[in-house]
Write a protein that binds this ligand. Sequence first.
Ligand code: SF4
Length: 353
Amino acid sequence: MSTELLTPGPRQTKVFVPELVYFEPDALNYPKGQRILEWAKQQGLPIHMTTSHNRITNLPGDSELEKYKIAKRTLVVGIRKTLKFEQSKPSAEYAIPIATGCMAHCHYCYLQTTLGAKPYIRIYVNTDDILKAAKAYIDERAPEITRFEAACTSDPVGLEHIGGSLKELIEFMANEPLGRLRFVTKFHHVEPLLDANHNKHTRFRFSVNASYVIKNFEPGTSSFAERITAAGKVAKAGYPLGFIIAPIIWHEGWEAGYQELLEKLKEALPEEATSDLSFELIQHRFTKTAKRVIEQRYPKTKLELDETKRKYKWGRYGQGKYVYPDEQANALREFITDQIFDKFPNANIDYFT
Ligand code: SF4
Protein backbone atom coordinates (compact mmCIF):
# COMPACT_ATOMS: atom_id res chain seq x y z
CA MET A 1 0.00 0.00 0.00
CA SER A 2 1.43 3.38 -0.94
CA THR A 3 2.01 5.50 2.14
CA GLU A 4 2.42 8.54 -0.06
CA LEU A 5 -1.12 8.12 -1.29
CA LEU A 6 -2.57 7.70 2.18
CA THR A 7 -0.73 10.54 3.82
CA PRO A 8 -3.31 13.31 4.06
CA GLY A 9 -2.22 16.11 1.78
CA PRO A 10 -2.63 19.79 2.48
CA ARG A 11 -6.41 19.38 2.19
CA GLN A 12 -7.69 18.02 5.49
CA THR A 13 -11.39 18.31 5.18
CA LYS A 14 -13.17 19.22 8.39
CA VAL A 15 -16.69 18.13 9.28
CA PHE A 16 -19.30 20.60 8.18
CA VAL A 17 -20.46 23.24 10.65
CA PRO A 18 -23.08 25.62 9.24
CA GLU A 19 -22.91 29.36 9.69
CA LEU A 20 -26.63 29.81 10.28
CA VAL A 21 -29.27 27.42 11.57
CA TYR A 22 -33.04 27.73 11.12
CA PHE A 23 -35.68 25.56 12.74
CA GLU A 24 -39.18 25.10 11.44
CA PRO A 25 -41.36 25.13 14.60
CA ASP A 26 -42.68 21.55 14.29
CA ALA A 27 -39.13 20.22 14.10
CA LEU A 28 -38.68 20.87 17.79
CA ASN A 29 -41.47 18.40 18.59
CA TYR A 30 -39.16 15.58 17.51
CA PRO A 31 -36.25 14.21 19.56
CA LYS A 32 -33.94 14.66 16.58
CA GLY A 33 -34.94 18.31 16.28
CA GLN A 34 -34.14 18.81 19.96
CA ARG A 35 -30.78 17.02 19.59
CA ILE A 36 -29.80 19.22 16.66
CA LEU A 37 -30.86 22.30 18.62
CA GLU A 38 -28.56 21.27 21.48
CA TRP A 39 -25.73 20.62 19.04
CA ALA A 40 -26.18 24.02 17.39
CA LYS A 41 -26.16 25.73 20.80
CA GLN A 42 -22.97 23.91 21.80
CA GLN A 43 -21.38 25.07 18.57
CA GLY A 44 -22.39 28.63 19.40
CA LEU A 45 -24.24 29.03 16.09
CA PRO A 46 -26.78 31.76 15.36
CA ILE A 47 -30.18 30.04 15.69
CA HIS A 48 -33.40 31.35 14.13
CA MET A 49 -36.95 30.12 13.82
CA THR A 50 -38.75 30.18 10.49
CA THR A 51 -42.28 29.17 9.62
CA SER A 52 -40.99 27.52 6.46
CA HIS A 53 -37.73 27.19 4.52
CA ASN A 54 -39.51 29.04 1.69
CA ARG A 55 -39.68 32.13 3.87
CA ILE A 56 -35.98 32.57 4.47
CA THR A 57 -35.34 35.75 2.55
CA ASN A 58 -32.88 37.74 4.61
CA LEU A 59 -29.63 35.86 4.14
CA PRO A 60 -26.56 38.07 4.45
CA GLY A 61 -24.56 38.87 1.32
CA ASP A 62 -24.40 41.79 -1.11
CA SER A 63 -24.63 39.84 -4.32
CA GLU A 64 -26.53 36.80 -5.56
CA LEU A 65 -23.27 34.88 -5.52
CA GLU A 66 -22.56 35.71 -1.88
CA LYS A 67 -26.10 34.79 -0.91
CA TYR A 68 -25.68 31.50 -2.76
CA LYS A 69 -22.50 30.72 -0.84
CA ILE A 70 -24.12 31.52 2.49
CA ALA A 71 -27.21 29.48 1.58
CA LYS A 72 -24.93 26.48 1.05
CA ARG A 73 -23.71 26.93 4.64
CA THR A 74 -27.19 27.40 6.09
CA LEU A 75 -28.91 24.50 7.80
CA VAL A 76 -32.69 24.28 7.93
CA VAL A 77 -34.10 21.66 10.27
CA GLY A 78 -37.61 20.63 9.32
CA ILE A 79 -40.19 17.95 8.62
CA ARG A 80 -40.37 15.92 5.43
CA LYS A 81 -43.97 16.37 4.41
CA THR A 82 -43.98 14.56 1.06
CA LEU A 83 -43.64 10.89 1.78
CA LYS A 84 -44.12 9.82 -1.80
CA PHE A 85 -40.65 8.71 -2.91
CA GLU A 86 -39.27 9.58 -6.33
CA GLN A 87 -37.92 6.87 -8.60
CA SER A 88 -34.15 6.56 -8.71
CA LYS A 89 -33.14 4.65 -11.82
CA PRO A 90 -30.76 3.06 -12.61
CA SER A 91 -29.12 2.66 -9.21
CA ALA A 92 -32.22 1.89 -7.12
CA GLU A 93 -36.00 1.69 -7.18
CA TYR A 94 -36.63 4.71 -4.96
CA ALA A 95 -34.92 7.79 -3.57
CA ILE A 96 -35.31 7.91 0.22
CA PRO A 97 -35.36 11.50 1.47
CA ILE A 98 -33.44 12.26 4.66
CA ALA A 99 -31.74 15.51 3.68
CA THR A 100 -31.56 17.98 0.80
CA GLY A 101 -28.69 20.19 -0.29
CA CYS A 102 -24.93 20.02 0.14
CA MET A 103 -22.17 22.27 1.41
CA ALA A 104 -19.67 21.33 -1.29
CA HIS A 105 -19.25 23.26 -4.54
CA CYS A 106 -18.91 20.71 -7.32
CA HIS A 107 -19.31 22.76 -10.47
CA TYR A 108 -21.23 20.07 -12.31
CA CYS A 109 -23.63 19.14 -9.47
CA TYR A 110 -27.23 18.73 -10.63
CA LEU A 111 -28.48 20.16 -7.33
CA GLN A 112 -27.56 23.54 -8.84
CA THR A 113 -30.66 23.34 -10.95
CA THR A 114 -32.92 21.08 -8.91
CA LEU A 115 -32.60 23.25 -5.79
CA GLY A 116 -32.84 26.50 -7.70
CA ALA A 117 -32.15 29.73 -5.86
CA LYS A 118 -32.45 28.22 -2.38
CA PRO A 119 -29.77 25.61 -1.95
CA TYR A 120 -29.99 25.38 1.86
CA ILE A 121 -29.11 22.20 3.58
CA ARG A 122 -32.25 20.69 4.95
CA ILE A 123 -32.29 17.85 7.44
CA TYR A 124 -35.60 16.12 8.09
CA VAL A 125 -36.27 15.09 11.66
CA ASN A 126 -39.32 12.83 11.15
CA THR A 127 -37.24 9.78 10.33
CA ASP A 128 -39.87 7.38 11.70
CA ASP A 129 -42.41 8.63 9.13
CA ILE A 130 -39.83 8.21 6.38
CA LEU A 131 -39.02 4.65 7.50
CA LYS A 132 -42.71 3.80 7.70
CA ALA A 133 -43.14 4.95 4.11
CA ALA A 134 -40.08 2.88 3.07
CA LYS A 135 -41.61 -0.19 4.72
CA ALA A 136 -44.81 0.29 2.70
CA TYR A 137 -42.78 0.46 -0.54
CA ILE A 138 -40.92 -2.73 0.41
CA ASP A 139 -44.18 -4.57 1.18
CA GLU A 140 -45.72 -3.39 -2.07
CA ARG A 141 -42.93 -4.97 -4.14
CA ALA A 142 -42.53 -8.20 -2.16
CA PRO A 143 -41.19 -10.78 -2.95
CA GLU A 144 -38.87 -8.57 -5.04
CA ILE A 145 -36.04 -6.75 -3.31
CA THR A 146 -36.48 -2.98 -3.10
CA ARG A 147 -33.41 -0.72 -3.18
CA PHE A 148 -33.42 2.80 -1.78
CA GLU A 149 -30.90 5.47 -2.73
CA ALA A 150 -30.22 7.93 0.10
CA ALA A 151 -27.95 10.34 -1.77
CA CYS A 152 -30.18 11.64 -4.57
CA THR A 153 -30.65 15.11 -3.14
CA SER A 154 -27.70 15.46 -0.77
CA ASP A 155 -24.44 13.96 0.43
CA PRO A 156 -25.77 12.43 3.65
CA VAL A 157 -22.40 11.12 4.94
CA GLY A 158 -21.23 14.74 5.18
CA LEU A 159 -24.23 15.52 7.41
CA GLU A 160 -24.27 12.40 9.56
CA HIS A 161 -22.57 14.05 12.54
CA ILE A 162 -25.53 16.47 12.72
CA GLY A 163 -28.58 14.34 11.95
CA GLY A 164 -27.54 10.71 12.48
CA SER A 165 -30.24 9.65 9.99
CA LEU A 166 -28.09 7.38 7.83
CA LYS A 167 -27.27 5.10 10.73
CA GLU A 168 -31.00 4.78 11.48
CA LEU A 169 -31.68 3.88 7.84
CA ILE A 170 -28.83 1.38 7.76
CA GLU A 171 -30.03 -0.39 10.91
CA PHE A 172 -33.63 -0.36 9.70
CA MET A 173 -32.66 -2.01 6.39
CA ALA A 174 -30.51 -4.56 8.23
CA ASN A 175 -33.73 -6.03 9.61
CA GLU A 176 -35.64 -5.92 6.32
CA PRO A 177 -35.10 -9.12 4.35
CA LEU A 178 -36.31 -7.39 1.17
CA GLY A 179 -34.94 -3.88 1.78
CA ARG A 180 -31.58 -2.57 0.62
CA LEU A 181 -29.96 0.81 1.08
CA ARG A 182 -27.27 2.54 -0.93
CA PHE A 183 -25.72 5.95 -0.91
CA VAL A 184 -22.69 7.67 -2.30
CA THR A 185 -20.36 10.25 -0.84
CA LYS A 186 -17.44 12.51 -1.54
CA PHE A 187 -16.73 12.91 2.17
CA HIS A 188 -14.55 10.79 4.41
CA HIS A 189 -16.38 11.32 7.70
CA VAL A 190 -17.50 7.71 8.01
CA GLU A 191 -16.72 7.09 11.70
CA PRO A 192 -20.32 7.35 12.99
CA LEU A 193 -21.32 4.57 10.59
CA LEU A 194 -18.56 2.03 11.17
CA ASP A 195 -20.25 0.30 14.12
CA ALA A 196 -23.76 0.27 12.61
CA ASN A 197 -25.48 -3.09 12.33
CA HIS A 198 -25.78 -3.22 8.53
CA ASN A 199 -26.23 -6.94 7.88
CA LYS A 200 -24.67 -6.29 4.47
CA HIS A 201 -27.93 -4.70 3.32
CA THR A 202 -26.26 -1.34 2.67
CA ARG A 203 -23.90 -0.66 -0.19
CA PHE A 204 -21.54 2.14 0.78
CA ARG A 205 -20.21 3.91 -2.32
CA PHE A 206 -17.62 6.58 -2.83
CA SER A 207 -17.59 8.97 -5.73
CA VAL A 208 -14.11 9.02 -7.29
CA ASN A 209 -12.60 10.54 -10.37
CA ALA A 210 -9.46 11.33 -12.33
CA SER A 211 -7.34 13.85 -10.44
CA TYR A 212 -8.00 16.51 -13.12
CA VAL A 213 -11.72 16.37 -12.26
CA ILE A 214 -11.29 16.36 -8.47
CA LYS A 215 -8.79 19.20 -8.64
CA ASN A 216 -10.76 21.47 -10.95
CA PHE A 217 -14.40 20.79 -10.24
CA GLU A 218 -14.93 19.50 -6.68
CA PRO A 219 -14.11 22.26 -4.17
CA GLY A 220 -15.28 21.66 -0.64
CA THR A 221 -15.18 17.85 -0.80
CA SER A 222 -12.77 15.42 0.86
CA SER A 223 -9.60 14.70 -1.09
CA PHE A 224 -9.12 11.49 -3.04
CA ALA A 225 -6.71 10.19 -0.39
CA GLU A 226 -9.22 10.91 2.37
CA ARG A 227 -12.02 9.18 0.47
CA ILE A 228 -9.99 6.09 -0.30
CA THR A 229 -8.75 5.75 3.28
CA ALA A 230 -12.38 5.96 4.39
CA ALA A 231 -13.32 3.31 1.79
CA GLY A 232 -10.80 0.95 3.39
CA LYS A 233 -12.39 1.50 6.82
CA VAL A 234 -15.86 0.90 5.41
CA ALA A 235 -14.71 -2.35 3.80
CA LYS A 236 -13.12 -3.47 7.06
CA ALA A 237 -16.47 -2.81 8.76
CA GLY A 238 -17.93 -5.42 6.39
CA TYR A 239 -20.07 -3.18 4.17
CA PRO A 240 -20.45 -4.08 0.51
CA LEU A 241 -18.40 -1.35 -1.18
CA GLY A 242 -18.83 0.48 -4.45
CA PHE A 243 -17.38 3.28 -6.49
CA ILE A 244 -19.20 5.68 -8.71
CA ILE A 245 -16.96 7.21 -11.32
CA ALA A 246 -18.91 10.35 -12.10
CA PRO A 247 -19.00 12.53 -13.93
CA ILE A 248 -16.63 10.94 -16.42
CA ILE A 249 -15.13 13.88 -18.23
CA TRP A 250 -13.36 13.91 -21.56
CA HIS A 251 -10.24 16.02 -21.01
CA GLU A 252 -6.74 16.16 -22.32
CA GLY A 253 -4.94 13.10 -21.02
CA TRP A 254 -8.19 11.39 -19.90
CA GLU A 255 -6.86 7.91 -20.59
CA ALA A 256 -3.85 8.41 -18.34
CA GLY A 257 -6.10 10.09 -15.75
CA TYR A 258 -8.60 7.25 -15.51
CA GLN A 259 -5.89 4.60 -15.69
CA GLU A 260 -4.15 6.29 -12.77
CA LEU A 261 -7.42 6.41 -10.85
CA LEU A 262 -7.89 2.65 -11.12
CA GLU A 263 -4.25 2.00 -10.29
CA LYS A 264 -4.50 4.14 -7.17
CA LEU A 265 -7.69 2.37 -6.10
CA LYS A 266 -6.05 -1.02 -6.49
CA GLU A 267 -2.96 0.08 -4.64
CA ALA A 268 -4.85 1.58 -1.73
CA LEU A 269 -7.73 -0.79 -1.13
CA PRO A 270 -7.35 -3.56 1.41
CA GLU A 271 -7.96 -7.11 0.18
CA GLU A 272 -11.35 -7.42 1.91
CA ALA A 273 -12.63 -4.42 -0.03
CA THR A 274 -12.39 -6.21 -3.34
CA SER A 275 -14.50 -9.30 -2.65
CA ASP A 276 -17.83 -7.56 -3.26
CA LEU A 277 -17.07 -4.46 -5.25
CA SER A 278 -19.35 -2.59 -7.63
CA PHE A 279 -18.72 0.22 -10.08
CA GLU A 280 -21.20 2.64 -11.63
CA LEU A 281 -20.09 4.80 -14.53
CA ILE A 282 -21.80 8.07 -15.41
CA GLN A 283 -20.61 10.29 -18.23
CA HIS A 284 -20.88 14.05 -17.81
CA ARG A 285 -24.10 15.61 -19.00
CA PHE A 286 -25.72 19.00 -18.71
CA THR A 287 -28.98 20.72 -19.53
CA LYS A 288 -29.34 24.21 -20.96
CA THR A 289 -30.59 25.42 -17.58
CA ALA A 290 -27.62 23.84 -15.80
CA LYS A 291 -25.21 25.54 -18.18
CA ARG A 292 -26.73 28.95 -17.45
CA VAL A 293 -26.62 28.44 -13.68
CA ILE A 294 -23.08 27.01 -13.65
CA GLU A 295 -21.75 29.91 -15.71
CA GLN A 296 -23.29 32.38 -13.25
CA ARG A 297 -22.07 30.65 -10.11
CA TYR A 298 -18.66 29.45 -11.25
CA PRO A 299 -17.79 31.93 -14.00
CA LYS A 300 -14.18 30.78 -14.22
CA THR A 301 -14.97 27.09 -14.45
CA LYS A 302 -13.02 24.98 -16.90
CA LEU A 303 -16.01 22.69 -17.26
CA GLU A 304 -16.64 22.20 -20.97
CA LEU A 305 -20.29 23.10 -21.67
CA ASP A 306 -20.30 23.46 -25.43
CA GLU A 307 -23.52 22.06 -26.91
CA THR A 308 -21.96 21.79 -30.36
CA LYS A 309 -19.51 19.19 -29.06
CA ARG A 310 -22.26 17.07 -27.54
CA LYS A 311 -25.11 14.80 -28.49
CA TYR A 312 -28.62 15.82 -27.47
CA LYS A 313 -30.51 13.19 -25.55
CA TRP A 314 -34.24 13.71 -25.07
CA GLY A 315 -35.28 13.55 -21.45
CA ARG A 316 -38.35 13.40 -19.28
CA TYR A 317 -40.40 16.59 -18.86
CA GLY A 318 -39.07 17.89 -22.19
CA GLN A 319 -35.73 18.88 -20.64
CA GLY A 320 -33.10 17.13 -22.75
CA LYS A 321 -29.46 16.62 -21.81
CA TYR A 322 -26.21 17.06 -23.63
CA VAL A 323 -24.07 13.93 -23.40
CA TYR A 324 -20.92 12.94 -25.30
CA PRO A 325 -21.34 11.82 -28.93
CA ASP A 326 -21.46 8.02 -29.27
CA GLU A 327 -17.88 7.71 -30.40
CA GLN A 328 -16.52 9.51 -27.34
CA ALA A 329 -18.98 7.85 -24.94
CA ASN A 330 -18.01 4.41 -26.27
CA ALA A 331 -14.31 5.18 -25.99
CA LEU A 332 -14.75 6.28 -22.37
CA ARG A 333 -16.90 3.27 -21.50
CA GLU A 334 -14.59 0.72 -23.15
CA PHE A 335 -11.39 2.14 -21.75
CA ILE A 336 -12.62 2.50 -18.17
CA THR A 337 -14.33 -0.91 -18.24
CA ASP A 338 -11.06 -2.53 -19.36
CA GLN A 339 -9.17 -0.74 -16.61
CA ILE A 340 -11.66 -1.87 -13.97
CA PHE A 341 -11.54 -5.54 -14.97
CA ASP A 342 -7.77 -5.40 -15.34
CA LYS A 343 -7.40 -4.24 -11.72
CA PHE A 344 -10.50 -5.86 -10.18
CA PRO A 345 -11.44 -8.96 -12.18
CA ASN A 346 -14.25 -9.90 -9.77
CA ALA A 347 -15.91 -6.50 -9.65
CA ASN A 348 -19.36 -5.81 -11.08
CA ILE A 349 -20.04 -2.87 -13.34
CA ASP A 350 -23.68 -2.05 -12.69
CA TYR A 351 -24.15 0.35 -15.58
CA PHE A 352 -22.67 3.05 -17.80
CA THR A 353 -24.97 5.91 -18.57
FE1 SF4 B 1 -23.25 17.92 -5.35
FE2 SF4 B 1 -22.20 15.65 -4.38
FE3 SF4 B 1 -20.62 17.72 -4.90
FE4 SF4 B 1 -22.34 17.83 -2.88
S1 SF4 B 1 -20.57 16.44 -3.05
S2 SF4 B 1 -21.96 19.45 -4.38
S3 SF4 B 1 -24.08 16.66 -3.69
S4 SF4 B 1 -21.81 16.53 -6.39
